[in-house]
Ligand binder design. Structure first.
Ligand code: ADP
Ligand code: MG
Length: 695
């Protein structure tokens, strides 16, 4: 006997199945066909039309191996209406014997394949076939074809799945009331998908728009929502220091700024303020387009922590970015008497040691790369962790940030913190706007704030598309701009395949431009420079000591030099949409008119042409992101592993958008009303894979 959810198979096969990810009957019944073949009716050879595979029943007349044009097995066969040749270019000796036996014993064969009329008459290449007894019944359901799984044949899979359909628990966990209208019961949906009756809507099955498919997709999306929301609620159960302040420090900071907050900034700052005063950790994502002014919002949150005696950590994905933020935050905070400390991987050992001591001591704000976390910094009273440009951190790093954020707080020696791990409040910031459906699945475990307004006074950036043949004119244009006192970025072609080539390209571009811009001050910044070299270049550019900065995509995020109002991107056709948008966002930060020139090499591929058209026509990050999603699909859009999309085997975030919304609503309801069903549903869908999804 086997347990209900266990696969009923011999141990060796079971082990093989487990390797393929099938450890339970549930896993098998949720392995759904990629398509179907219709073996429910027989066609006469004379009636067959090419275009689709059909089922024939034939008698073998002659079996031969021919050698022209190459070795092949040729079987002549016939039904009452005519003859057909079955041709096998790859075959085993055993197959030859099978056909010979069928010929000798006058056994009938059912042959499935697409019939074509060739030079020698009707033929089928590599048909599927099997011998059948007299008057053997035809299949009453469409034949499922499953995604291939190494080492287990279609026939074996079909048997295993048919068995699992009997064994698995197919009971209904969802009330009709929570299901979107017209979706069938779970058991009915699965039975239909594994063995559709011949009158089922075959097109709807193939395109996966059939109600049975929609039920499966809904359930899958629901599992994803439940899992994410549950993680969210679990984190809410943990304690965190309630940062309740009267806002005096924030007021002083605001008073010192040369600008006032936009309405969007004020709204988001208020949302964060409320979160920070709670006794459970904030988990908020602040999305705001490039230049929307996220830093000041973060700074206001820092005020709230600092004012009540807690520390804040500010982390950025690259050293350039971290350094820029450090300078900005220091300039804001030091006049207010707040102690700001720098900590980065590239620091000398002694400096790092000193910074670490301060973090463990009286530092109030520590700014750095994620070395901040990797270096096992022991904060004395960490109350708030801010992660800038969080989309640039990989999944693994993000998990690490989350986990270590919790651990570093555990190591805290503050007296008033409970014994349990108390994670700090977390504010993540991202300039990658994510379309709503994607954000609902991707970020369902976070609260999301959006800065949907740019600070006033920004001049729109004019984007120009210029073919590489007119590069000379562009060089002239840069010269003119520099003589007007402006500065320019020159972005090198992107070489994704090799860091070494990328470096070489950067050096070559620098050499060429240094010659072309004879008399101008040309600088270089790239990813392989040491931290201090990079800093020196950026600082010189910031200070106006460099006219043209040759750069790789290291300047893609966050860099802020208001006087730089011209950007040239070479081989713009090689960049992705998000990259182009981010790069372009480096200009247009001051009050002068800005221009971004996209130099491209013709001829353009269709995909590249579409991308450049989108970036040329749009400046709103959300619109660009939506187009990007449309052109690439969600997997590529945020990186397959990153998106949790691999967990979605069946649902498509774009085409099934309305199911995403109902799954979200249903998840919320279930979590409140029927926690035991939540368990059942997650177990059914996730098995042991939940951790992966949450990365
Ligand atoms: P991002 O959201 O890309 O991180 P930043 O925080 O770097 O944007 O802000 C971009 C620029 O806009 C900075 O120079 C910043 O000082 C300025 N800024 C921020 N908020 C405002 C505002 N409300 N009014 C005017 N300028 C602002
Ligand atoms: Mg920023």
């Amino acid at each position: 006997m086997h347990a209900a959810d266990e696969i009923d198979a011999p141990p060796a096969l079971k082990a093989k199945l487990r390797k393929l990810g099938f450890s339970r009957s549930d896993d098998l019944v949720l392995h759904l066909p990629i398509r179907y073949e219709d073996e429910t009716t027989l066609t006469k050879i004379a009636d067959a039309r090419p275009g689709a595979p059909l089922l024939f029943e034939v008698q073998v007349l002659e079996v031969s191996i021919q050698f022209r044009p190459r070795r092949q097995l040729v079987v002549r066969a016939a039904d009452s209406s005519g003859e057909v040749v079955l041709r096998f270019l790859n075959f085993y000796a055993s197959q030859t014997r099978q056909f010979e036996e069928a010929r000798d014993r006058e056994k009938k064969l059912r042959v499935f394949g697409e019939l074509r009329v060739g030079y020698f008459g009707p033929e089928i290449v590599h048909p599927r076939y099997r011998s059948v007894g007299e008057n053997e019944a035809l299949s009453r359901a469409l034949t499922p074809i499953y995604p291939t799984t190494a080492g287990v044949s279609q026939a074996a899979l079909r048997r295993l799945i048919a068995r699992a359909l009997k064994d698995a628990d197919l009971s209904e966990y969802l009330d009709a009331a929570v299901l979107p209208k017209q979706l069938p019961a779970y058991a009915d949906a699965l039975r239909l998908l594994h063995a559709p009756p011949p009158d089922a809507d075959e097109t709807a099955l193939q395109t996966r728009s059939h109600p049975a498919w929609r039920r499966v997709k809904f359930d899958e999306l629901l599992a994803q929502q439940l899992s994410l929301r549950r993680a969210y609620l679990a984190r809410r159960q943990k304690g965190a220091p309630a940062l309740v302040s009267d806002g005096a420090l924030a007021k002083r900071l605001l008073a010192s700024l040369p600008f006032t907050l936009t309405a969007a900034q004020a709204r988001v700052a208020a949302e964060i303020r409320v979160d920070l005063a709670q006794t459970f950790p904030m988990q908020r994502l602040l999305q705001g387009d490039v230049g929307s002014g996220k830093t000041i919002v973060a700074a206001l949150a820092i005020c709230q922590a600092v004012e009540v005696g807690y520390q804040a950590a500010f982390m950025a994905p690259t050293e350039i970015l971290a350094a820029q933020n450090f300078l900005k935050l220091k300039a804001w905070f030091e006049p207010l008497g707040v102690k700001v400390v720098w900590l980065a991987g590239s620091q000398k050992k002694s400096e790092k040691e000193a910074s670490r001591k301060q973090a463990a001591g009286d530092a109030q704000l520590v700014v750095g790369t994620h070395a901040l976390i990797r270096e096992e910094v022991d904060f004395s009273r960490l109350g708030l962790a801010i992660i800038d440009e969080q989309h640039r951190f990989g999944v693994a790093q993000r998990l690490e940030l989350r986990k270590k954020g919790e651990r570093s707080a555990k190591g805290t020696n503050a007296k008033d913190v409970t014994k349990d791990a108390t994670p700090p409040h977390q504010l993540m910031m991202s300039a990658t706007p994510i379309p709503r459906t994607l954000s609902m699945t991707y970020y369902a475990d976070l609260d999301v704030s959006v800065l949907d307004e740019l600070p006033p006074g920004r001049r729109p950036i004019v984007t120009k598309l210029v073919s590489d043949g007119r590069r000379g004119e562009v060089v002239e244009r840069v010269r003119t701009a520099v003589s007007d006192g402006k500065q320019a970025y020159w972005v090198c072609p992107l070489i994704e395949e090799s860091e070494k080539l990328q470096l070489q390209t950067a050096l070559d571009t620098y050499a060429t431009l240094s010659e072309e811009f004879d008399g101008l001050r040309v600088g270089l910044v790239h990813g392989r420079q040491k931290g201090d070299e990079k800093d020196a270049a950026m600082r010189a550019f910031s200070a106006g000591e460099i006219d043209v900065l040759v750069a790789t995509t290291v300047i893609e995020v966050g860099v802020d030099v208001p006087n730089a109002c011209l950007m040239i991107i070479e081989h713009a056709e090689r960049f992705g949409l998000a990259q182009l948008h981010q790069l372009r966002g480096r200009v247009g930060r001051g009050t002068r008119d800005s221009v971004c020139v996209l130099l491209y090499q013709s001829p353009l591929s269709t995909a590249a042409r579409e991308r450049l058209k989108v970036i040329f026509e749009n400046s709103d990050g959300f619109v660009i992101a939506r187009e990007d999603l449309r052109l690439r699909g969600p997997g590529e859009f945020i990186g397959n592993r990153q998106s949790g999309v691999p967990m979605l085997r069946y649902a498509n975030l774009e085409t099934d958008a309305e199911l995403v919304e109902s799954a979200r609503v249903t998840a919320e309801k279930m979590l409140h009303e029927s926690p035991d069903r939540v368990e059942h549903h997650l177990k059914r869908w996730m098995g042991s894979r939940e951790e992966m999804l949450l990365a």
